[in-house]
Design a protein around this ligand. Structure first.
Ligand code: SF4
Length: 482
């Protein structure tokens, strides 16, 4: 919710406690932004570009919230922005390359507008070699901060606006979780809610534990309060976010499991659908499956990263489950939750992976029958154990990747067709990008549906008959309001 910045006490020294300290700097920035806007003869404008996962999306909503409260308007394009923020991702090499590509373009922006402020944050900034490279080769980047102190952006921006000097603040870990700063939702009807940060699993290919730190759960009371507030502001769908939601609750004084939290979240008045992301197969409990099965408000969709179907590779990845355990878990989920959709992530080309290992992965895909899966070529991340292992020939990886991708596509297409002809509940998410006379929405299983507008609004739940499956989406028509 947006409120006017509170300017009382701005002449005093900044409070030491958070979030009071950042509210103080929001006020200080607002003063400077107002002055600069008057000088420019127009409001100052900002833009945030977000790469990567839902965690980053949520962090960007927080940055957008504080910038709006400072009085910054939204820029229509990067060139138009007075403050341009890139919230970066480092999960794969491609993401890194994209950022360096964007920074090349930023040089031209800076040449035509020397006052423009360019800020970088997110996972990539937690990597020392990245920050060193940016310091050395991109002198026009003004602010660099990391994942542990996203909350301190107002303070860093104030330093930059006041001094004109480059500001770098990267922390090695989080000594506290600072929430309760303003946040601006991308969608009025749905939002993500962080329930935990970091990850303790140390899968050997993954950079997350190094850049997002060790696992920290938020207090359940705070989470529920945030959901209640969102519901009172019109949010009907929430997604509980964490790198490994199934281990939620560890280390808290309150004795609570993820299944219990999920159930409480679904019980909040006004919330009509709850999703969650991401589950680790090793921690997904029968209790959780029961809670989902017994509560219609919880989406019939479980994203359950497989990564590999070969026991040898799963062990080298440090995943702590076998192919048979994964298959048994998926079978239990399908038996207990009718119509559930199971999606996955699969990595092809992990060091040491043979054609036989890939056959094992394909076998699991065929047995579990994924409703969808993101398939990635393995890409080494500096600092992880797998990056130090001997890497595979790229052509070999490419041919294995193609085999896996074809299997995933064939099966998910067959799976998608299973709802054709049924009437299902759809949350209207927006206008169809290709046809302004139609809406786009999602069923509980997460499949996309397009249908003609018939007097309903974005954010409404409607019953839609799924007349035609077009591979990965449906065309349908409304058969009534939910
Ligand atoms: S569970 Fe593994 S893959 Fe997922 S974030 Fe943690 S370390 Fe990375």
């Amino acid at each position: 919710m947006m409120t006017e910045p509170d300017n009382t006490g701005l002449n005093l020294s900044p409070p030491a406690d958070e979030p009071a300290r950042q509210f103080y700097f929001i006020g200080k920035c607002a003063e400077l932004i107002k002055k600069r806007s008057e000088k420019l003869g127009r409001p100052m404008r900002s833009m945030i570009q977000t790469f990567g996962c839902q965690m980053n999306e949520r962090d960007s909503e927080k940055l957008a919230g504080v910038m709006a409260q400072m009085g910054l308007e939204k820029a229509g394009s990067e060139e138009e922005a007075d403050i341009l923020v890139y919230n970066t991702c480092t999960v794969r090499e491609n993401a890194d390359k994209r950022l360096y590509g964007r920074l090349g373009v930023c040089k031209a922006y800076k040449q035509s507008d020397k006052e423009m402020i360019i800020a970088l944050c997110g996972c990539m900034m937690q990597e020392e070699h990245v920050v060193e490279r940016i310091k050395a080769s991109y002198p026009y980047v003004d602010i660099i901060f990391g994942t542990f102190n996203i909350f301190s952006f107002p303070e860093l921006l104030y330093k930059r606006l006041g001094s004109g000097e480059r500001v770098i603040d990267i922390r090695k870990g989080a000594d506290r979780i600072v929430e309760e700063l303003p946040s601006e939702r991308k969608y009025s009807f749905k939002t993500g809610v962080n329930i935990m940060y970091g990850c303790d699993n140390f899968c050997t290919y993954c950079i997350v534990p190094y850049v997002r730190g060790r696992e920290r759960s938020r207090e359940p009371k705070e989470i529920i309060r945030e959901i209640e507030r969102a519901a009172s502001e019109g949010v009907v769908e929430i997604m509980l976010l964490g790198q490994n939601v199934n281990s939620y609750g560890k280390g808290l004084d309150t004795d609570i499991t993820f299944a219990e939290l999920l159930s409480e979240a679904a019980g909040v008045d006004g919330i009509k659908r709850v999703r969650f992301m991401t589950s680790h197969p090793k921690d997904l409990s029968p209790e959780l499956i029961k809670v989902i099965a017994g509560n219609e408000k919880i989406a019939r969709h479980i994203h359950l990263p497989l990564q590999s179907g070969s026991d040898r590779i799963l062990e080298a990845m440090n995943r702590h489950y076998t192919r048979e355990k994964y298959i048994a878990l998926a079978e239990m989920i399908r038996a207990e939750i009718p119509d559930v959709s199971i999606t996955s992530d699969i990595i092809v080309g992990f060091p040491g992976e043979s054609a036989g290992d890939v056959d094992d992965t394909i076998d699991v895909i065929e047995r579990v029958r994924f409703d969808g899966a993101f398939t990635f070529e393995y890409s080494p991340r500096t600092g992880t154990p797998a990056a130090r292992m001997e890497q595979l020939d790229r052509a070999f990886v490419q041919s294995n990747f193609d085999r896996v991708l074809h299997t995933v596509q064939r099966i998910s297409k067959e799976q998608a067709g299973r709802f054709e002809g049924r009437v299902m509940e759809v949350l209207i998410e927006g206008e169809d990008e290709k046809d302004p006379l139609r809406y786009t929405g999602r069923i509980s299983q997460n499949n996309v549906v397009h249908f003609p507008k018939e007097g309903y609004d974005i954010g409404d739940f409607v019953n839609v008959s799924l007349d035609e499956c077009r591979g990965f989406y449906y065309n349908g028509k409304v058969s009534g309001m939910k």
